[in-house]
Design a protein around this ligand. Sequence first.
Ligand code: CU
Length: 437
Amino acid sequence: MKLLQILVKSLISSVIIVDVITLPAFAHNGMDHEHHEHQHTAKPQTRLAVRKDVTDLSSAEKKDLVHAIKTLKTTIPAGSQLSIYDQFIAIHLGATRLIHNHHGHSHSSVKELAHENAAFLPWHRQYIRRFEQALQTVNPKVSLPYWDSTNPKALDVIFKDDFLSPNGRGVTINIPGRGSFTGGPVQSGPFSSANGWVLKPELNFDPVTEQSLGTSLVRFLQAPPANDYPLPQRDIDRVQALDDYSLYRAALEGFISVDEQGNITRGGFTHNYIHGLVGGVQIDLTTNPVSFKGLGTMSNIPSSPYDPVFWLHHANVDRLWAEWQANGHEGIDFYPADGQPYGHNLDDLMWPWDGGMSTPEATALADLLSLLPDVDAQDLVRPRDVLDYTKLGYIYDRHQMKEVPEPTSTFALCSLTALAAISLRKRKQQQIKYRQL
Ligand SMILES: [Cu+2]
């Protein structure tokens, strides 16, 4: 009996505390806000940044995000030629054209570290997390929302003057058999050049011609052939159903599509497709294989983070990978340990967090090396280090909901009821026994 009382007492006290922190609905029954507020602030050190579906953002959250992004674009760290935002562009550019300096790799071997191979997912996971942390130096409440491209409502939320600016204007393209479509420089909203969103010409270029693409954010939203929206959920489900990482990465990045029978089709899907849906792509049927020419900022991959929607799109790619991992593909068994080019294997260092092991090749426009931020030589990141995304300090709203509520609250409540029932029955038994005595 004594034990039961102690147990119940401790549980009751723990439930009340839990009640206050994690189950706000309960907390307000007779509890004053003051007390509640104090409890909440007690947990900042473990608080994960929650990444929400962009269509669930409040207008205040949208404003905060835009403000944080634009502050990074105008903040130039001491000793740097570039703003923090432009430094992130230089890093993305650099990762698409590296020269490996370390033994076993000849100097001429320019490699793509962040795309077209295994490190596409871990490299971007680290990259956008660093960007999110940079945003949080401006406003700690800000986190990266994700753009779920199966969500039909998202376009009308994202491409608006009160958020990430609308489609571009002023250029009409005629597509044989499809009609004419407009796009061009973005001319209104927070991300027009008139409102201060000016791209560095030496960091915004066509990767094939190495010609600068100028200083304006350019969009050809939903110009054919990348005009179908939203992406069918069944297409995403088919990608998420793949078990082999290499196949999964290629399908999520969007170079292939795998049907139910396992047949592979090459083309532009999922991640790559959405880059095209925003920036606009022109198909060049005269080349073999057929080639795509990017018309706008998002469809020229190296400079594509200059379109702020890049971060929402890649948060979604990262969310899908996190869901795939949580769905029976957790840990190092679901990432290649070897057999990939350097930078893509489980324990390879990923540039620029590689202690200076690789150097980006200069372009016709800029000596990238002189433009890059200093990365601490001890700041070393391998794919292995980012497989468990919760260790990076963020979580997705959907995962939060799916996650079993903290054992303390539910368990406490359930066991409390169970214990109460037990004690009740015991007491009854005792009473009966007592009566029989
Ligand atoms: Cu990228």
